[in-house]
Design a protein around this ligand. Structure first.
Ligand SMILES: Cc1ncc(COP(=O)(O)O)c(C=O)c1O
Length: 424
């Protein structure tokens, strides 16, 4: 039995079955490459679900984390510390706005803070507006505003009245947002929904509708923030400012950290004792986040996101393949849209070719690589992608139940690993 298989078996016996058993056991990474427990190498085009902004084992993060761990790893919220304050100041500087920051440890927690902030500011019991197809997290509050019934409904009731609107539809928005509404919760582009951007001008229309109704606009930039779209924050492209912004994922570059940022008087709505987290603003996570922000800025990584993102999008759009419908998204946050519900198979065959991607929807393959992905690395995928699609089309790839792991050898037979794959 290979080391990966042995680890998967131990996982299955010891861990709750909520993820199924993931198909690969990863052991290490460097830049945009990762290696599994058996020494097979992959080009990482998913970055731990849009998290590892600087790739793996980036020297700036390694240095920041080790140095901070050697000073003080944890203080709790009973004490002030430099990395936490510096990170809050840095984020507000990048947002160029008057605001206040609350740090936590994940995206769901950032949205929990936002939900409580809205209740504190607007009163309890008022409806909120959220989008069908949205994803805001798995905790009870964040799940209550997540627009995917299959994952939400088994865990209700939630105690929040939500008016569901179709994403990107300004007419539906206008009729849902009246003066009884406390807040509108939105992603600037649906992430888990399949990397679906709204029509141009949608966020501006949402901002106007909220202003007219006296509702707060809460933007969930947990996936879209920290350079993913080629701007620091996706809303900056539309020239608007939300009342509340939530961040996580790329912020810590792999260390767990989330943030809920309130602007104007939304930033000061929590009174002392209203909210908290023992681990929130953990000094090591804050030091890592500062290293992420500094490196993105000093190495002009946003320019790389725009250039390599465009290269990938153009390259996919130019491919003529019967299984490929097109591409959507911006920056290094794209979905290759298929003509058939074969994304899990594409995911499995891509993996067999040495590329980690993600079947974000049955017909959409998500690419959210490290923001440092090079043009050469993007080119490797573009060169291999047609053969991956053809292998899916020509073979009946059977998938392990609950995973995206291919069980037949058809994928491997028809698709020997590309030059990007090699043993350690
Ligand atoms: C837009 C968005 N919000 C919230 C979350 C939840 O984040 P976490 O998994 O860190 O709780 C996610 C995770 O995918 C997300 O994409």
């Amino acid at each position: 039995m290979s080391e990966s298989e042995a680890l998967r078996k131990r996982f299955e016996a010891a861990m709750m079955p909520n993820y199924g058993t993931p198909p690969l056991a990863l052991a290490r990474g460097e830049g945009c490459r990762v290696w599994d427990a058996d020494g097979n190498q992959y080009l990482d085009l998913i970055a731990g679900i849009a998290v590892s902004a600087l790739g793996h084992a980036h020297p700036a993060i390694v240095q920041a984390v080790t140095s901070q761990a050697g000073k003080i790893a944890h203080t709790s919220n009973l004490f002030v510390h430099e990395p936490g304050v510096a990170l809050a100041e840095r984020l507000l500087g990048l947002l160029n706005a008057d605001g206040r920051v609350f740090f936590c440890n994940s995206g769901a927690e950032a949205n929990e803070a936002a939900i409580k902030l809205v209740r504190r500011k607007q009163g309890t019991g008022k409806p909120v507006v959220a989008a069908i197809g949205s994803f805001h997290g798995r905790t009870m509050g964040s799940l209550s505003i997540t627009g995917k019934e299959s994952i939400r409904e088994p865990f209700g009731p939630f105690g929040t009245t939500v008016r569901w609107i179709p994403y990107g539809d300004t007419t539906a928005l206008a009729s849902a947002v009246d003066d009884s509404v406390a807040a509108v919760f939105l992603e600037p582009t649906l992430g888990e929904g399949g990397v679906v951007p709204p029509p141009d001008g949608y966020l501006k229309a949402v901002r106007q509708a909220c202003d007219a109704a006296g509702a707060l606009l809460v933007l969930d930039e947990i996936q879209s923030g920290i350079g993913r779209t080629g701007a620091w924050f996706a809303h900056q492209r539309e020239g608007i400012l939300p009342d509340v912004l939530t961040l996580a994922k790329g912020l810590g570059g792999g260390l767990p950290i989330g943030a809920c940022i309130g602007f104007g008087n939304a930033g000061t709505a929590f009174a002392k004792g209203d909210h908290g987290s023992t681990f929130g603003a953990n000094p090591i996570a804050c030091a890592a986040a500062l290293a992420v922000l500094d490196t993105i800025e000093s190495q002009n990584i946003l320019a790389n996101v725009n250039a390599v993102g465009q290269q990938l999008a153009d390259g996919i759009a130019a491919l003529e393949h019967p299984l490929l419908k097109g591409v959507r998204g911006s920056g290094l946050w794209l979905a290759a849209v298929l003509t058939d519900q074969k994304a899990p198979e594409v995911n499995a065959v891509a993996q067999a070719h040495g590329f980690l991607v993600n079947a974000v929807q049955p017909d959409a393959v998500r690419l959210a690589p490290p923001l440092i992905l090079s043009a050469t690395e993007a080119g490797e995928f573009l060169e291999a992608f047609p053969a991956i699609l053809t292998a899916v089309q020509e073979s009946t790839v059977a998938l392990c139940p609950g995973t995206s792991s291919a069980t037949t050898t058809s994928a491997k037979r028809s698709s020997p690993r590309s030059s990007s794959w090699r043993k350690r």
